[in-house]
Design a protein around this ligand. Structure first.
Ligand SMILES: Nc1ncnc2c1ncn2[C@@H]1O[C@H](COP(=O)(O)OP(=O)(O)OP(=O)(O)O)[C@@H](O)[C@H]1O
Length: 262
């Protein structure tokens, strides 16, 4: 078994007085490919914000590990939700990818030659050559997603967190995206938030279902009956391959925080 890199223990999170996540335990391993699924508003993005350190949990602990030793932080790349991106922002593909290195840049110093080379390598790996100077507002959904994936990857982080990377891309590009993610997963862990349970089950190694609480499944050998019993979230299941198309029933999480004021 690979070693843990991220460990969440007893995590709760709230906005103002509204509790969104309660008593979450989760371990992410080296070279893990964790699919995070759950209904709208279930707290998936909030969980990612807690992992990224963008939101302080109201309870619990987030620990990081490197080569089996506890460390204060690990490097993480983040691809935010498509609808959180301002497509009118006047920034080119090259600048978007380069911005993924901001944390590694010395203050008041320009980017180094090596950093620019790294940006060019990633642009080529993402299949975006020739589009370097194009403003993001003039990209297709798939091209923009690849630019954002390049931004998440350019710093060579230990884990990348992708929040709905398949939004607004067609099924043909989705297959390419998963092929690319499989390749990336040979080098680092991936946490993938997605509504598309069918694709997630086919591509990831482990599953976390988030709906206020978290239901973890260490593999994806999940029988349909198990999905019905445990994943009973009101999510559209867009089935692929052997998975049937169905809309799931009510969820079986131990608590429903939707209307709970902490
Ligand atoms: N900044 C915020 N301030 C107040 N409430 C918030 C904030 N962000 C999210 N929420 C609320 O927290 C709950 C969980 O939101 P979150 O975005 O984590 O869910 P999600 O599972 O990622 O949803 P979706 O699938 O729709 O992206 C929702 O009820 C949402 O309205």
């Amino acid at each position: 078994m690979n070693r843990p890199i991220i460990q969440l223990t007893g995590i709760s999170a709230a906005y103002d007085r509204k509790t969104v996540l309660e008593q979450i335990d989760l371990t992410v391993y080296e070279y893990d490919f964790l699919g995070v699924i759950g209904p709208n508003g279930g707290g998936k993005t909030t969980l990612m914000k807690v992992i990224l350190g963008l939101l302080k949990p109201s309870a619990g602990e987030v620990c990081f590990f490197q080569e089996g030793k506890k460390v204060p932080e690990i490097s993480m790349g983040y691809l935010p939700q498509y609808n959180s991106i301002d497509k009118k922002f006047p920034i080119s593909v090259y600048e978007v990818v380069l911005s993924g290195l901001n944390k590694q840049k010395s203050l008041f110093r320009p980017f180094t030659k090596e950093q620019h080379e790294q940006v060019r390598r990633i642009i080529s790996r993402m299949g975006l050559e020739g589009l370097e100077e194009r403003p993001i507002g003039q990209l297709s959904g798939g091209q923009l997603q690849r630019a954002l994936l390049g931004r998440a990857l350019v710093s060579d982080p230990q884990v990348i967190i992708l929040d709905e990377p398949n939004t607004y891309i067609d099924k043909r590009f989705e297959a390419k995206l998963y092929a690319l993610l499989e390749e990336i997963n040979r080098e680092r862990a991936i946490i993938l938030v997605s509504h598309d349970i069918g694709s997630v089950l086919q591509n990831v190694k482990s599953i976390a279902c988030v709906n206020g609480t978290l239901d973890y499944h260490p593999d994806t050998e999940i029988p349909t009956e198990w999905i019905e019993e445990h994943f009973g979230c009101p999510i559209d299941l867009l089935g692929h391959g052997n998975l049937p198309h169905r809309v799931l029933k009510c969820h079986n999480h131990t608590s429903n925080l939707k209307n709970t004021e902490a």
